[in-house]
Design a protein around this ligand. Sequence first.
Ligand SMILES: Cc1ncc(COP(=O)(O)O)c(C=O)c1O
Length: 388
Amino acid sequence: MQYNFDEIIDRRDTGSLKWYYTDDTIPLWVADMDFKAAQPILDAVEQVVQHGILGYTKPTDALYDSIIKWHGSLYDLQLTKQNISFSPGVVPSLALMMNVFTEVGEAVLVNDPIYTPFMSKVEQNGRKLVLSALKEVDGKYHLDLADIEAKIIEHDVKLYLLCNPHNPGGRVWTIAELEALLAICKKHNVAIVSDEIHQDLTLTGHTFIPFLTLAKGYEHNVVSLTSMTKTFNIAGIKGSMIFATDEALVKKISQQQHLNDEYELNLFAYRAMRVAYEQGNEWLTQALNYIEANIDVTVQFLEKYLPKIKVMRPEASYLIWVDCSAYAKDDQVLYETLREAKVELSAGFKYGQEGHLKMRINVACPRVLLLEGLNRMHAALGVTATSS
Ligand SMILES: Cc1ncc(COP(=O)(O)O)c(C=O)c1O
């Protein structure tokens, strides 16, 4: 089936987080796509409604099989049913991991910049947040391994929260980078939780490596968090998975989840997840092609009309991290200037100190909307340019 990603679907007044406006603002911010979900997923949700009984539910063996097959065939990540737990979201799981691996007051290391909840969940849970800035070399972020090790020693870090693929920088960390990181964590007995929610959106020319595939001998200290919601644009359904391959660790995770009864999903999530993994590939391939073309359009537009913006081309997902420092001096003013021009981007400063004067553009929308958003960005920043 051929999907039409150019279709503009009005999301106003649907309770959409992304489209909360009452005016004609173009939202290129929070990470969901303005594309209709895959037909098999929509059919499955409809079948649940048609069946008519929406009672208590639990994961079936067929669901576990679909998850095991997807991860085995795409990433050579060999899982068993016992390795898989469910959670309402990756962010709730990040928070849960504080209690699995650390005590109140202990240090947790994250990179800067980073998807905001990595920082907020550490602090809200009474842990000590330690930041290691990513190094920008040749338009790409790199882990600063020397800094990571120094910070681990200095703060007696217990847990490292990795984001792979990285949000907002779009890096898909290479096997060499991940192995080097693992060696440091092993040396200092630091646990690793890898948020891999953007894994299936890896773009042409890059290879996603699940952290668990490298963890042999260190499985007791490694957890991966992932979800079908980002891949298939069904975030409103809520649902995610926690993968751990060490038996004692799985037990500990389960105990923590039971404290707040946080291990069950709803009927729609279970059903959508299985169908997504079994029948969603056709949609995903087409969505990724459309997204890659939107990335090209954005990069070319910015090169032509806002040439002083430094663009970090993503290796995965549909979020483009751009450095606007040539066009602005103040973070809040930059954000508001764009808002006044009726285009909303994610403000870089919310992603850490390294986000100063940066913005994140979500390009997963019909191209006409994207171009209108970019034109508004040009109109706003072209006028306020501080250097020509
Ligand atoms: C890196 C990362 N982790 C987690 C999430 C959100 O996950 P969930 O909706 O499952 O809590 C996002 C959403 O953008 C994300 O980018």
